[in-house]
Design a protein around this ligand. Sequence first.
Ligand code: SF4
Ligand code: SF4
Length: 356
Amino acid sequence: MALWPVTFINGEGFLPCFWNFDQACLPFVRSGTFWGPFNESMPNATEHTRWIREEAQRLGFSYVGISRAEFMEEEARRLEAWLNKGMHGQMGYMANHFDKRTDPRKLAPGARSVISLMYNYYSEDGQQDPEAPRIAKYAYGKDYHFVLKHKLKSLLHFIEERIGQVHGRVFVDSAPVLERDWARRSGLGWMGKNTLLIHPRAGSYYFLAELICDLELAYDAPIKDYCGACRRCIDACPTEAISPEGYILDGSKCISYFTIELKEAIPEEYKGKFENWMFGCDICQEVCPWNRFSRPHSEPEFEPKPALLAKTRQEWEEITEEVFRELFRKSAVKRTKYEGLKRNIAFLKKGGHEHE
Ligand code: SF4
Ligand code: SF4
């Protein structure tokens, strides 16, 4: 026998639908909460959490962490300072919806829990021509937005079916949600000096996604930072986008920003510094010792098209719009558009990569 909280409002008890009336006792209060008896098998936050974890794993998510939905005071201060320094460059959307970004209850009214999920995208495959302009691993396969959104919707549907009236919203890099911070709060890893989330047994080649809902769940706690004295990512970053002590990334200096987000010409001062990256950059993940724990994903949708890995430097330089469309039909690379990719490739040539 255990105790279960029963809330009374104006003398009317709101009993959970699974209440066993044989065990009910008479209310002694007209409003407030008292502890009533309940059967051990009664579903509760711990059990709901277990169901959600099991279903998330069945859907292919590697790790799940859960936090209480609340205002992110410390993160709000960090974000404000980062924005004030203009480190978001032309990513104006980062400055929008500050209130929603720092408080999930403003994004999903009534929210109680933020469920953070990690999905592996690490691939041991690589581009075959060592001189070919490089693409970040996350963009090898089908656009993760579609793949993960579909899985998140399935998870939400499962929760609604199994637990009942639950209101939730799902997010994959698609709304003002501080994904990495929620994952960190939920104990899925720590924020490395390269500002990525690092899982202590799996590294950082993971997509992050969230399900925010009005269900009370069992919450996880953050873990400690294991970067220690390491500073490999800081030293390896070719554009000095990571602050000298780490933990702050100047987005406006990052190769990912230049090759994907920037709409105009790439500043000449970065000529010769891109280390042959034409879409995104993986350098600060490649050098991170925690990524020795990376294991290949098993998601068929993330398998790269053989033609993508086989392209030579010359073929990339001569890519036509037709080939671009076919190769990246359902890919995240579409974000930079044909003209953007051509601009990036031309910039690499200017930087001297054609002679390497
Ligand atoms: S992604 Fe590349 S450019 Fe950006 S911080 Fe990491 S190493 Fe530097
Ligand atoms: S490379 Fe070193 S300092 Fe950078 S995130 Fe990894 S462990 Fe931390």
